[in-house]
Design a binder for this molecule. Structure first.
Ligand SMILES: [Zn+2]
Length: 166
């Protein structure tokens, strides 16, 4: 799923569970954390294609088959999308630093939603380093902007409902 939808979903979880704005922001941050490792890959791919503002186009990810040509890059993205990473790195860190426990749920929500919104080459490997790949329903990261806006409106509506009932 796209980063804005992830952040809105994390924001909804934060607003539903936390009372201080600082904790809401922490929970929101954990909803986008699994994709943070992609930032250097974005720069690398956009640099190779000479894209404006380092923003690669969808075709840039597909046409050169980056996933298979650079398995190390792919692993940097796949590892934080693993349930094992959640259990053995994220959850202990949240507990050790006394962060809101919903941060674990927020991170888990990212993995869960990505299972269904990534497919084929960029399908999620929820048991990484085991290579079992979950083939999702669609690749939302290649959605047109109009469809992304619908996703943002949907999660924005959920945030309004959460605010209303809390
Ligand atoms: Zn992701």
């Amino acid at each position: 799923m796209d980063i804005v939808s992830h952040a809105l979903m994390g924001g909804a979880l934060g607003l539903a569970s936390e009372s201080s704005m600082k904790d809401v922001l922490i929970v929101t941050a954990f909803s986008v954390l699994p994709d943070v490792t992609q930032i250097p890959i974005y720069f690398k791919i956009s640099h190779q294609h000479k894209r404006l503002f380092w923003l690669p186009k969808h075709i840039d990810w597909m046409d050169k088959n980056y996933h298979d040509r650079y398995p190390g890059w792919a692993a940097v993205w796949e590892a934080p999308h693993s349930i094992f990473f959640l259990l053995f790195v994220v959850a202990p860190a949240v507990l050790f630093f006394h962060l809101p426990k919903m941060a674990i749920g927020s991170y888990a929500s990212h993995i869960f939603v990505d299972l269904f919104t990534h497919k084929s080459k960029w399908g999620i490997k929820p048991l990484w380093p085991l290579q079992f790949k979950f083939n999702g329903l669609t690749d939302t990261w290649v959605w047109q902007f109009k469809r992304l806006v619908l996703s943002w409106l949907f999660f924005g509506l959920i945030i309004l409902l959460v605010r209303w009932y809390s």
